[in-house]
Design a binder for this molecule. Structure first.
Ligand code: ADP
Ligand code: ZN
Length: 297
């Protein structure tokens, strides 16, 4: 079965054709400009490919409430051209196929649950630490939506006593995103994370915040697997430091029987490399197809 997927990001739109086994046959990338200039190019890419469904993992915030008049819209994004844009609707109308729609990180966690590091899990999280911080949650065998969708990047953390940086989140200052995103590193040290690879203090502080967040998520979501990715996590040494910090923050609270035996198998990088988002988008398309056409199979 031929599926289309879109990983819709603030800087680029990754479009791909693949199948329900998680295979990717073809892909194209378009810069994220405005809906008027970018969406017609994406529609043209899919139009002659014979896809039976399309899935979209989208930067947010987005409206995921199927009863809402603005379901499938990008909502209050700071990217003004995309504000309250009917993203899913534009593709549904043009391509006339079922369209699945969710957050980029919910797409990514779904990809990893079906085909990657969280295969077989009923509960898993996908956390990206990049320009922003996002958390996708797959809970009790379903993507978590709820009141809107999880916004785990904006949780509030205990500040490191020696950290004087006020944080860069325009809403909260020193939330997780404000303290640990790529722009937070740049704001605190005046240089990009990639240029600070040798500075141990940078990564210790980074791990202090990400480890604290991981402990918070363990306590609240009770995940069986935590997948960490995003530009900042390209500093591979951070993984082990995050695992250690998470255990230290938990401070023996979780009973041994429920603590993961091996933290190196618990907090992990994606198994799908750079592709969890786009493969997850195709999974969203597959699920939309089953929902709309499944009764006819
Ligand atoms: P986005 O979040 O925009 O989709 P990324 O996940 O690639 O994109 O994150 C980009 C952020 O990650 C930037 O702030 C960048 O400085 C930071 N970053 C990229 N590569 C590295 C690296 N090797 N080490 C540390 N930080 C990095
Ligand atoms: Zn915030």
């Amino acid at each position: 079965m031929k599926l289309g997927g879109i990983e819709a990001g603030g800087t680029k739109m990754v479009c791909a054709i693949g199948d329900e086994q998680g295979k990717i046959f073809d892909r194209a990338v378009f810069p994220t400009e405005t809906p008027e200039s970018t969406v017609p190019k994406m529609i043209a890419y899919f139009q002659d490919k014979g896809i039976e469904a399309l899935g979209i993992g989208c930067f947010g915030p987005v409206d995921l409430n199927k009863k809402s008049a603005t379901y499938g819209y990008i909502t209050s994004t700071p990217k003004l051209a995309w504000r309250f844009y009917d993203f899913a609707g534009a593709f549904r109308e043009a391509l006339k196929v079922p369209v699945g729609f969710d957050t980029d990180v919910n797409g990514a966690v779904l990809g990893e649950v079906r085909f990657g590091a969280a295969k077989g899990c009923e509960n898993a999280l996908y956390i990206t630490i990049g320009t922003g911080v996002g958390v996708g949650a797959y809970i009790n065998g379903r993507l978590l939506h709820g009141l809107m969708h999880p916004e785990g990047g904006h949780i509030f953390l205990r500040k490191h006593p020696e950290d004087t940086y006020e944080g860069c989140c325009p809403y909260h200052g020193a939330c997780l995103e404000g303290l640990a995103s790529g722009p937070a590193i740049q704001g605190r040290y005046g240089r990009k994370g990639a240029e600070l690879a040798g500075r141990e203090d940078v990564w210790e502080l980074e791990s202090y915040y990400i480890g604290q967040a991981v402990a918070d998520y363990m306590l609240t979501y009770s995940p069986e697997k935590i997948i960490l990715w995003g530009g900042v996590m390209h500093q591979e040494k951070v993984f082990d430091m995050v695992r250690q910090n998470a255990v230290e923050f938990l401070n023996g609270y979780l009973p041994e029987t429920s603590l993961p035996k091996d933290m190196s198998q618990y907090v992990v990088a994606p198994a799908l490399g750079e592709n969890p988002g786009i493969i997850g988008a195709m999974c969203l398309g597959m699920d939309a197809y089953l929902m709309e056409c499944g009764k006819n199979l």
